[in-house]
Design a protein around this ligand. Structure first.
Ligand SMILES: Cc1ncc(COP(=O)(O)O)c(C=O)c1O
Length: 461
């Protein structure tokens, strides 16, 4: 006899719990009004299910909490640093590791050390902090995503890949000297959490080696990417996530990472590389910004939690649960007739709010309107990835539409159960059924840059 369950269960049991913000409709209406209809302005305690981001918001394991108790807080050369460094070297194989307090500081240290004002940094898609850190140096951030990655509804296995032909064209056109580094974001957060194939990593690496350009991975979600490779790419089904990860990094010369994602911890990051000269430059940049090279803005106990997290994240049971939970929510939302970016990525479901609320034009912000409505009816917090967030401009300075009006439901790691996902899907289905209740928005305040964080709105009735 063999029992094969149809029910997928969380591969953990719950040892410690935290109440979530159960509020009445009247309380939510008042909170939303106070927040100027911007979910970033809400107090977290007024949120029932918080899908604003998967960054630093997950639950740690008992093993991580217990490791924190033995954190070594020595200023220099702490035992906790060597554990953290050892785990990163095991996964990546890189020679040098600098701890940082999060991903953007690793990016800042790297780019400020190696870029010049006329540099160009190609990537599959730069995440917004990566782009900002490139542009802060006066350099240009170029996105070379494959064409299929730009079609939200297209089902394809590796929509995060880089267009290798365009990369080589760019190198030939502008010259190798202007491209100090090529980046690859795994998985591709800016493009819907879509994975990058091993074949693509290998090809990009070959082009970089041909022209002598260092190749770095933005590794925030490396383990989710490895699991997609195991599931979708021929030749990897029998390999462990660790083996796949090691092969992924073997094609690169270095990495930046926000360990607030696949480090399974609430804070942390690193910059790792092989180059003896660059590491000198980066160490010298790092000390005045982040702190000494063996703590980099982290407490010893943070590095303990991260060392354990970077091991736990490669557990196949965890990764199956992680990808399946995201796919489960995506499927339930699709079953309700609501369009989403397909296939679901690793860390989030992206609703095509522009298509769902086709009665709201792009310049009345359907994604933001849906985020406010979902909070109002169900206490769910989500994040618009559309015209408000991108803030694109026409040459005459007027607003331009984003490529898509999306609403991201990012799923914190090991935090919510299947019944929470059912609840979210039910609320989205209700919103779709009552879409005529959802109106467009207009700004009552918008900052000149990064307006989505602080904007205020009113409904257009
Ligand atoms: C792909 C990617 N790169 C870099 C970052 C920046 O990391 P941090 O928020 O830790 O600075 C993020 C954060 O969301 C990300 O998703």
């Amino acid at each position: 006899m063999s029992f094969t369950a149809r029910t997928e269960i969380e591969p953990f049991r719950i040892k410690s719990v935290e109440p979530i913000g159960i509020t009445s409709p009247a309380q939510r209406q008042a909170a939303l009004k106070e927040a100027g209809l911007n979910i970033f302005n809400l107090k977290a305690e007024d949120v029932l299910i918080d899908l604003l981001t998967d960054s630093g918001t997950g639950a740690m394991s008992a093993a991580q909490w217990s490791a924190m108790m033995i954190g070594d807080e020595s200023y220099a050369g702490s035992r906790s640093f060597y554990k953290y460094e050892g785990q990163i070297k095991k996964i990546t194989g890189f020679k040098y590791v600098l701890p940082t307090h999060q991903g953007r500081s690793a990016e800042n240290i790297l780019f400020s050390a190696i870029l010049k004002p006329d540099s160009i940094v190609p990537s599959n898609t730069h995440f917004d902090t990566t782009r900002a850190n490139v542009e802060l140096q006066g350099a240009e951030a170029d996105d070379l995503l494959v064409a299929e990655g730009k079609q939200p509804m297209l089902e394809a296995p590796f929509k995060g890949n880089m267009d290798v032909a365009r990369l080589e064209d760019l190198i030939k056109r502008v010259g190798r000297e202007r491209i100090p580094v090529v980046m690859m974001t795994v998985t591709n957060n800016g493009g819907g959490g879509q994975p990058v194939s091993m074949a693509n990593l290998r090809e990009v690496s070959q082009v970089c080696r041909k022209y002598g350009i260092p190749f770095f991975i933005d590794a925030c979600r490396f383990a989710e990417n490895a699991m997609f490779i195991k599931r979708r790419e021929a030749g990897y089904a029998d390999k462990s996530p660790l083996e796949i990860t090691q092969e992924m990094f073997s094609y690169a010369d270095g990495a930046t990472m926000s360990a607030k994602k696949d480090g399974l911890a609430n804070i942390g990051g690193f910059l790792a590389m092989n180059d003896d000269h660059w590491i000198e430059l980066c160490r010298n940049r790092m000390i005045p910004i982040e702190g000494f090279v063996t703590y980099g803005g982290l407490a010893g106990y943070d590095m303990e939690a991260l060392a354990v997290g970077l091991e736990e994240v490669l557990d196949e049971n965890y990764l199956n649960y992680r990808l399946n939970q995201t796919a489960y929510l995506g499927q339930k939302i699709l079953d309700a007739g609501v369009p989403i970016v397909r296939p679901t990525g690793g860390h989030a479901v992206f609703i095509d709010a522009g298509a769902m609320l086709s009665h709201i034009p792009w310049n009345q912000y359907p994604g933001t309107a849906l985020s406010a409505y979902l909070y109002e009816i169900a206490g769910i917090r989500s994040c618009e990835i559309g015209t408000v967030l991108f803030g694109l401009k026409n040459p005459d300075g007027s607003d331009a539409p984003a490529p898509n009006e999306l609403l991201r439901l990012a799923i914190p790691r090991r935090m919510y159960t299947r019944s929470h996902m059912d609840y979210v899907a039910e609320a989205v289905a209700y919103a779709a059924e009552h879409k005529n209740e959802i109106h467009g928005l207009r700004f009552t305040y918008a900052a000149p840059v990064l307006r989505h964080f602080t904007a205020r709105y009113e409904w257009i009735s």
